[in-house]
Design a protein around this ligand. Sequence first.
Ligand SMILES: *Cc1c(COP(=O)(O)O)cnc(C)c1O
Length: 454
Amino acid sequence: MNRTETCFTYEELLEKNRQYLWNPFTQMKEYLSDQPVIVERGNGVKLVDVEGKEYWDGNASVWLNPLGHNRRELNEAITEQLQKIAHSTLLGCSNVPAIQLAEKLVEITPARLQKVFYSDSGAEAVEIALKMACLYWKHRGRPEKTTFLSMRNAYHGDTVGAVSVGGIDLFHAAYGALLFSTEKVSYPYPYRFDGSVEACKEACLEELEQRLRGKGDEIAGVVVEPMVQGAGGIILMPPGYLKEVEKLCRKHGVLLIADEVATGFGRTGRMFACEHEGVEPDLMTLGKKLTGGYLPVAATLTSDEVYDAFFGDHREAKTFFHGHSYTGNQLGCAVALENLAIYEREGIVEHVQQTAPKLAEMLRPLSELAHVGEVRQLGFTVGIELVRDKAARTPYAWEEAIGNRVCRRARELGMLTRPLGHVITFMPPLISREEELQAMVDILIRSVREVTEE
Ligand SMILES: *Cc1c(COP(=O)(O)O)cnc(C)c1O
C-alpha cells in the first residue's frame, strides 16, 4: 500500500478528528458539526479533499502559498536536500542553505537590513524583534527604553509577546492578565473615520507624534504592519502615512519594526510592502510565503547598527540569548531558496502588479451589492467589509456570524477562504491566472449576494 494513501473514509477520519485533534482558531463544537473539509492533496491553486472534491485555495492556505501546491521544483528542492541532511543545529554551528538564504534575503530586502536571524513562525520572528530592540538600547546605554508602541487592532501572531504588541480586542480580552503593557495608537482606517482620507491620516500621525513626544524616552520601537493591517480586517493605510511613521521614528530615536509576515514576498504587488514608500525599517519580520508555503521558516532581519550593538567579547555577555531547536532548518531553507529562484525566473511580483488592476475590475460588481460597505485591495490582498446598513455603515452584530456564513456558502460553491469577523478575505495564490481569479471572484460575488440578500 502507498504510505500516503488515505485508508479511511471521510466519516472515519472526522470521528478520529473528534477524538484526538484540537484545531487552531477553531470552535470545535461548530467545526465538528459542519462537515469540515479534510484535505488530501493539492495541485496548483486547488485543494482536493479525501472524497476527491476540488476547491480553489482562495486564501492561499491562510496567506501562505504563493506558487501553488505540489510544485515540482519545490518538491525537488526538498528531496535533493534530504539526500544530504534534514537538519543540524545553527547554535554555534552553520549550514549551507541557511547561509545562502541569508545572503539572498539581505539582497532583496531594503538596504538598511543586513543580518538575518531565523526562527520557525511569524510570531517568533516578532518576539525576536522585540527582544533585539530592547537589548539594543540596553547595550547602547539606554536601559530605560523597554516599552513598545504598536497599533490598535494590529495582529503580530499568537505568542504572549506578539499578542502584547497586537491589538485585536477579542484576543486581548482573552489573555489580558498574561500580556505586558504597551503604548497603543490608532491605525488609520478611513472607512471608519469621520472625515476625509487625508484628515484620517493627519489625525493618526498627530496621535503618533504626541505619544512619541511624551513617551519616546521609554519606547524601544514602533511595531507596524506596513501598508495593510491584515488580520485586523485588511485595512489599508492612506498613501504617505508609512513614510511619515518612519520619519517620526528617526526624529524621536526609536527603532522601526516592520512586520512583513503577511505582506512580504509580493502579496501587495511589491516584493515588500515597505517598498511602496521607500521605507527602511531597522528590523523586519518575515514568514508565511518565505518557503513557498511548504515548511515553517521565519526570519527577523536587522540593520548592522543593531547587530553591532551585540558584537563583543565573551565577558561582556552581549550574546543574543535566543534560539529554537529547528532554527535554520536545512530543508526549509533549501525550499525557500528555490521559492525565491522561481519568483525571479517567473516574475511573480510583476505578475501580481500587472494583474492587480484586472482583479480590481473583476471585483467591481461586489462594491455594488447592498451589503458590501467597502472592497479594499492592494495587489492580491483583498478584504470585503460587509455591513448591515450600507448608507449608515452599520456593522453586522458578532452573533450573526455573517463572515462565517458567506465563507460556508463559498465552500459549497467550491472555494475555501476564512472571514475576519465581518470582513471576507480573498488572498489567492500569487501564481493565479486571470481566468482562475475570475472563477474565484464569481464564487465570492455569488456567496456574498446569496447570504446577505437572502
Ligand atoms: C500571520 C502573521 C503573523 C504570525 O505568523 P505565524 O507564522 O502564524 O506565527 C505575524 N504577523 C502578521 C502580520 C501576520 O499576518
